[in-house]
Design a protein around this ligand. Sequence first.
Ligand SMILES: C[S@@+](CC[C@H](N)C(=O)[O-])C[C@H]1O[C@@H](n2cnc3c(N)ncnc32)[C@H](O)[C@@H]1O
Length: 311
Amino acid sequence: MSAGALLRTLVGERAVLACLGASAPSAVPAAVAARAMPARCPPAALPIWLLVAGHDVDAPAATRALGVALAPLAAAGLVIERDGMLHATAAVVAIGGGVMVFDRLDATGVDRVPWPDDSSFHLARSLPARPIGAWLDVGTGAAIAPLTTGPRGARVRATDLNLVALARAAEGVALSGRPDVELAAADLFDGAGGGWDLVTFNAPMPADDPHAPATTWHRSPPGAALIERFWDAAADHLAPGGEVIAHTAIAADPWLAHAGRAGTWTIARYTPAAERGFAITRWRPDAAPARELVEVPLGRGRPYVTRSDLG
Ligand SMILES: C[S@@+](CC[C@H](N)C(=O)[O-])C[C@H]1O[C@@H](n2cnc3c(N)ncnc32)[C@H](O)[C@@H]1O
């Protein structure tokens, strides 16, 4: 078994959620903060306490538990041995079809590459189930979307402005055995060229704006300039018949931002109408003119927007 395949078992989503008592990947940081590593930790749980929770663990026992997965982690400097213990310098977890690397859960600082929140999974679950063709993931961060989705694109280019995030993405690409994922530093579409069948963007979360209305962002949410720049350029980079999928903040009237834009639009808003809006937007510029706003009621058993919400 390859190291990547073994990591997908040892620190795979189900094992991690069960071990830490978390309900979803985004709940892992709180779950780690709320529980202590058992004094007599089962060997199968050692990789999770080391690589996900960030605890130092007994080196001989963890070496046995990690098996062939240890060598690439150590070679990348993601796990080091000190004083008879193994220490993880980053968080490593397998979600969906890939292994991904973030900064440790206890890392601080504005430049850190954070553990994913639900927005990453709203986007990932909204992607087409079919083979994707040429896929450009803008603002890829640690490359969660291409890695979690597995090798479904004939060509995948994943870009970000943040070089620290791209370094984490490169570690995930290597551990996942995904040389098809091409990483590049870029501001939105810079250097991407055209011909993409799918363009995706999980836009940065707007910083909490003290001047924003208490409940809803009316005309335009904070961070709107970047999102507008993205929508203005997106269609020019698509292949004929291509589509754009983005997770963004949206205004109370989400259509104001798209006046005059052609094609078929579906906005799947998953926050209640009275609250600040977040949504997955699907745009097919070459399709017949149509606009639909879908309200997605999230809850137990329905944690994310999915492809079927997008028509
Ligand atoms: C919410 S994070 C999404 C990360 C990852 N795609 C995910 O789904 O978890 C937004 C990402 O956009 C990147 N970003 C912000 N401004 C950008 C720009 N102008 N061009 C490219 N990427 C940008 C940030 O560095 C960050 O990694």
